[in-house]
Design a protein around this ligand. Structure first.
Ligand code: CA
Length: 255
């Protein structure tokens, strides 16, 4: 397996701080985007704690097998990598809990996160909240994650269109996040990778401004990945995006 990647993050036009965090670890096959919330510096602290917790756990478990002692019970119905990510999210969540416990200013902070762990021809995805993963294959864009958000629930029951959701005043309300509370539920899934696939991980600052057609148009460009990331950030800012904007683009060169 060979993968190339690029990432970019920007505080956006109307923010003084960037509450998104990002990690690119080609050596681990691990890529993470998190989008913190909580005001002041808390959002930044939350997203960084989550990303660091996920990366540290995945790094520490490169040779972990199901019969070893896991910090959370091993789920035999899921792959080892899905368990690594799920436990990593929970370890990140515990970091948040301990930071919240040590500073009253951090109370109420939380973060979304999306991660992909690439291993051979398989990608394992995990997410909580409304940070997303997309795949471009043969020129066709597919969203791989389902947001844990209020607007997504409204779309699912047919009460809102995708376009209306992007404009909705409650579009930022997430229904699940890493907030330090117990029993964090993490969605995981396995995807089969093909050479030529491009994956995008991003915070909502990208897709609340750019629709699927616009994201697809950028990802189809035959330019280098840094330019694609830059174009997504630029596109979100040019569209008047009020939010922080973060994107990781991966290309699977060979499986
Ligand atoms: Ca955001």
């Amino acid at each position: 397996m060979s993968v190339s990647s690029a990432s970019a993050t920007d505080k956006g036009l109307r923010r003084s701080t960037n509450e998104d965090s990002v990690s690119v670890r080609e050596d681990l096959g691990l890529f993470v985007v998190a989008d913190g919330m909580g005001g002041h510096a808390a959002g930044e602290v939350a997203s960084r704690a989550a990303v660091e917790g996920i990366v540290a756990f995945v790094e520490a478990t490169q040779t972990m097998s199901p019969d070893q002692t896991w910090p959370i019970p091993f789920d035999l119905e899921q792959s080892v990598n899905a368990n690594r990510l799920r436990a990593g999210f929970r370890m990140g969540n515990r970091r948040l809990a301990s930071q919240i416990g040590s500073s009253s200013e951090l109370r109420g902070m939380a973060t979304t996160a999306v991660a992909v762990l690439i291993d051979g021809g398989t990608g394992t995805l995990a997410h909580v909240g409304d940070s997303r993963a997309y795949r471009l294959r043969d020129g066709q864009l597919d969203r791989l994650t389902r947001d844990h958000s209020w607007v997504e629930e409204q779309i699912r029951v047919g009460a809102l269109s995708e376009a209306a959701a992007r404009q909705h005043p409650w579009r930022n309300i997430v229904t699940r996040a890493l907030s330090g509370s117990e029993d964090l539920e993490v969605d995981t899934q396995e995807i089969v990778l093909q050479a030529g696939d491009r994956l995008l991980l991003c915070s909502d600052g990208v897709f609340t401004v750019l629709d699927d057609d616009q994201i697809s148009e950028v990802l189809r460009r035959k330019t280098d990945l840094d330019q694609l990331c830059g174009a997504l950030i630029q596109g979100a800012n040019d569209g008047g995006g009020p939010d922080n904007v973060t994107a990781i683009v991966l290309e699977i060169n060979a499986v």
